[in-house]
Ligand binder design. Structure first.
Ligand code: URA
Length: 207
């Protein structure tokens, strides 16, 4: 699986703000918004474009548009904090939603929402989830997408654990990963170490 680590100094700085346990919910959300812009920007770097003529106030020149805007799929709850920023960057994109809760005993994803187009055979998909931990939620989401014909999926995650990357590699699913960091490991509770804690709670407060 292709893994792109976006280690730009600005991405590192935003991730550091998110890691800091003293950051309040608003500070954490703002840093995630800004990091999302950087990750999605890099995820779209190789996207095909169409050309068109454009008249500037001075001359005619060649302009560019996305040939095939992606489907954006935030994984709720934590992925919600990436959705608006990704959409601002790619206003032409459609958005689907997958809702998964983590069973804290088995650490397995429990689906509660699936709102996706019938077919995604003809377009790229960006799955937005701040944390790639065990890889269970991401693999579940990508499986839903491949059942609808997806062949070009990018997981956009603030942080990834080696265990989650291995899970995706072993799944054989058609996915590449764009992340700001591959951390050390998962702990016994399934949290990424050093990580940043629970990305949903850090954005919205513990419920
Ligand atoms: N989900 C989170 O929000 N944080 C982790 O560290 C692992 C999974």
């Amino acid at each position: 699986m292709d893994v792109l680590v976006v280690d730009h100094p600005l991405a590192r700085a935003r991730l550091t703000t998110m890691r800091d346990a003293r950051a309040d919910n608003a500070t954490f959300r703002a840093a995630l918004h800004e990091l999302t812009v950087m990750l999605v920007y890099e995820a779209m770097r190789g996207a095909p474009v169409t050309t068109e003529r454009v008249h500037t106030p001075v001359a005619r020149t060649v302009g560019y548009r996305l040939a095939n805007p992606p489907l954006l799929v935030p994984v709720l709850r934590a992925g919600l904090g990436m959705a608006d920023q990704a959409h601002k960057l790619i206003p032409e994109a459609q958005m689907g939603f997958v809702g998964l809760a983590r069973d804290e005993t088995t650490l397995r994803p429990t689906p509660y929402l699936e709102s996706l187009p019938e077919s995604v055979a003809d377009r790229p998909v960006l799955v937005l989830d701040p944390m790639l931990a065990t890889g269970g939620s991401m693999a579940h989401t990508i499986t839903l997408l491949t059942e609808r014909g997806a062949t070009d999926v990018t997981a956009v995650c603030a942080l990834a654990a080696p265990e989650g990357i291995r899970h995706l590699e072993e799944s054989g699913l058609p996915v590449r990963l764009v992340t700001a960091s591959v951390d050390e490991r998962l702990n016994d509770s399934g949290y990424i170490v050093p990580g940043l804690g629970d990305a949903g709670d850090r954005q919205y407060g513990a419920v």
